[in-house]
Design a protein around this ligand. Sequence first.
Ligand code: FAQ
Length: 311
Amino acid sequence: MTTSQEQNFMRKISAEEKIEPKDWMPDAYRKNLIRQISQHAHSEVIGMQPEGNWLTRAPSLRRKAILLSKIQDEAGHGLYLYSACETLGISRSEMIEQLQSGAAKYSSIFNYPTLTWADVGAIGWLVDGAAIVNQVSLQRTSYGPYSRGMIRICKEESFHQRQGYEAMLALAKGSEGQKAMAQDALDRFYWPALMMFGPHDSESAHSQKSMEWKIKRETNDDLRQKFVDQTVKQIEVLGLEHPDKNITWNDERGHYDSSDLNWDEFWSVINGNGHCNRQRIEHHVAAHDEGEWVRDAITAYNEKKRAKKAQ
Ligand code: FAQ
């Protein structure tokens, strides 16, 4: 039996009205959103690490300044998303605890190492590029705070994507050695970037409910296809070889056909066995512990202010 609250909730979803923090919502909707938004926030925060690895070794002051501001943007994105998630009734410290204990995931892509400077370009171009394809769609998600966060985040991500592509272009049009470095970064990051969209729709545990509730607006496979299609021309302009030797235009479908992904690798990485999983979490724990005195100082200051006001 559906209650009038449930009917009203579904009416809003059908009418494309946003669900706001104080509105009634089914428990499973709230739980699913907390899961997705917190994992999205964790991805932004953990995502600072692979690029941070190159901050002190950027090839010029200009590249360093760009990289620094990109990484700061990612911290900001994490904060908007944690705030959006807190409106659903979970605290920041609970979310951090879930990340550090492994109960909550973050994007598989950040468990791959950044071996050369070209990897920083490839992350901006391919990883931010894939993130945008997903997030443009999420601008229309049904939960108000998440949707508004996505609109702002997409603006910044598009700058990230362009700077990455421009860095790749400089390498691809540079010396033979630089071109080879760009090709190697493309070859290593292309497949993990496609995995960012999640498992095939048939294997996706959450898609059906998330699509019904308009948390997700397009499926994992549809978004992945969009990314595959848009990337072909970009690789051509760089003058690099496509990493997928089976990529072929399919006139009937109006899309590129491509090879299937290594799903064993995908499940292994998201279950904690990727190249850098352990290192990423250890680094997060260390940074969080080192920042404890800052959190304590802010709490003490706020208490002092409150006590003064109450006098
Ligand atoms: N990595 O049932 P589904 C960025 C998990 S932001 C790890 O299909 P769903 C910016 C999934 O959580 C990148 N885990 O799940 C940046 C679930 O596990 P659970 C992050 C994955 O939620 C750029 C299980 O598999 N973006 O990069 C992955 O319906 C550069 C079953 O999967 C977002 O988070 C994966 N790739 O669809 C920062 C966007 N795929 O929770 C720094 C928002 C799946 O039951 C540098 N999120 N899983 O334990 C989404 O759109 C969705 O959550 C999907 C997954 C599409 C990621």
